[in-house]
Design a protein around this ligand. Structure first.
Ligand SMILES: C[S@@+](CC[C@H](N)C(=O)[O-])C[C@H]1O[C@@H](n2cnc3c(N)ncnc32)[C@H](O)[C@@H]1O
Length: 398
């Protein structure tokens, strides 16, 4: 079936569900214990995963997959509901945060370690040239000294306890930094910030209390630093997929989370070139649809992911995929020009939800519906309205 025919037939399966608008965002997680241990602007809400598990009637003992696990929301909900889960991501800080959030802890041991750290005599370490350049703009001199000192205390702890404290330090440091995230860039704004060591103690105490009041089960969890285009999973082994890939107006996550990444490795992480749609190459994928090259690359990559999802899902299993439409620049032949070879750049809305549904259908999925969770205007120069961008939930069935 051609794309245009598919698009026409799909119309009655597109439904608005704008009352779920907030669930496509990380905002509700900001107040939820453990879910908020790592602020992930691109994440979705715990309640969305809960609603989907219920909608697909996923029971204890089933296996769920999130191939773009981000801050680990899908896996954490599954852990609470005795559902086994597997998560992948190519961003080290995502895999790290997901692992720490879903691990089991002995809270007495965490408290003992916190006491040792709190009682230790503060040593003023040399911070000159010890951090990546951005740290000297992102933090005050005192915050840098605290980071150096606390790191020196944490680094020798056993792995699981250490990772817990590293995440706490990362959290506390971000709260005491001059940075904020604006789309795909980190911005700096000097302001009054709390003393970092005090913030660290506060964050650790809160995290320990969070563990004590959160429901946990024995459900197994596997989180790997892997590429979603090739999954290390058996055919027909997964009951449900709940995920959200990077969107087409792609964000280089390695840049946005470069400060957080330092806390894991103690050095800047080399850029990963394995991100969906970010490679510089040519493609004639989906040549029947007029698309700019970055969109072709994006859909070519996403097609590989959909192929993998189809392979690993059990028969009748569902995949729920949250995706936003893109607004990208494309070169088109100019009609006003006398010169036939003349072209101009125009911005266009790319209906990623419908194109991904088309690719999924071509691979054998049944497209049950597309739920539109959010709509906003695509803006030219931040003011002129140029069409509507949807954020949608694709419901696919194998
Ligand atoms: C929209 S976010 C997912 C957010 C997640 N649903 C949550 O609630 O936190 C997309 C994620 O895909 C990851 N990613 C990008 N390219 C990838 C690839 N090739 N394989 C696996 N993960 C990838 C990014 O690092 C990012 O964490």
């Amino acid at each position: 079936m051609s794309y245009e025919e598919f698009r026409e037939q799909l119309v009655d399966r597109i439904e608005e569900k704008l009352e779920w608008r907030d669930l496509a965002t990380f905002v509700p997680n900001k107040k939820t214990p453990i879910y908020n241990w790592f602020y992930y602007k691109e994440g979705f809400a715990k309640e969305l995963v809960e609603k989907l598990l219920e909608m697909f009637e996923i029971k204890e003992g089933a296996t769920a997959l999130d191939p773009f696990c981000g801050s680990g929301t899908t896996l954490l909900v599954c852990k609470e509901k005795s559902i086994k889960s597997v998560g992948y991501d190519v961003l080290p800080v995502s895999v790290f945060a997901t692992r720490v959030k879903t691990a089991d802890y002995d809270t007495d041991l965490l408290r003992e370690n916190m006491q040792i750290i709190s009682r230790a005599r503060f040593a003023q370490l040399n911070t000159k040239g010890k951090f990546p350049g951005i740290f000297y703009r992102a933090f005050s001199k005192y915050a840098l000294e605290d980071i150096a000192f606390l790191r020196s205390m944490i680094i020798h702890l056993d792995r699981e306890v250490r990772e817990f404290f590293v995440l706490a330090l990362m959290n506390a440091a971000i709260k005491c930094s001059y940075t904020y995230k604006d789309g795909s860039v980190i911005k700096i704004k000097k302001k009054h910030v709390a003393p970092l060591r005090k913030m660290f103690r506060h964050v650790v105490s809160k995290m320990i209390r969070d563990i004590e009041k959160s429901p946990r089960t024995e459900a197994s969890i596997r989180v790997e630093l892997e590429d979603a285009r090739s999954l290390d999973l058996d055919d027909n082994s997964v009951d449900v997929v709940i995920t959200s890939p990077p969107y087409l107006n792609n964000i280089d996550y390695t840049k946005v989370y470069s400060i957080e990444e330092y806390f894991i490795y103690g050095e800047p992480v080399p850029g990963v070139r394995a991100y969906i749609g970010l490679q510089a190459k040519d493609s004639d994928f989906l040549s029947e649809i007029p698309l700019p090259i970055q969109a072709r690359l994006y859909f070519e990559d996403m097609n590989k992911v959909l192929q993998e999802l189809y392979r690993v899902l059990k028969k009748d299993g569902h995949a729920a995929i949250v995706v936003g439409n893109g607004y990208v620049r494309r070169s088109v032949a100019s009609s006003t020009s006398q010169n036939a070879s003349h072209s101009e750049d125009v911005n266009e809305v790319i209906e990623s939800d419908i194109i991904l549904a088309y690719l999924a259908a071509e691979l054998g999925f049944e497209v049950e519906k597309i739920l539109v969770l959010n709509k906003r205007f695509a803006l030219e120069d931040r003011t002129v309205k140029k069409g509507v961008l949807r954020e949608s939930l694709l419901i696919l069935k194998k």
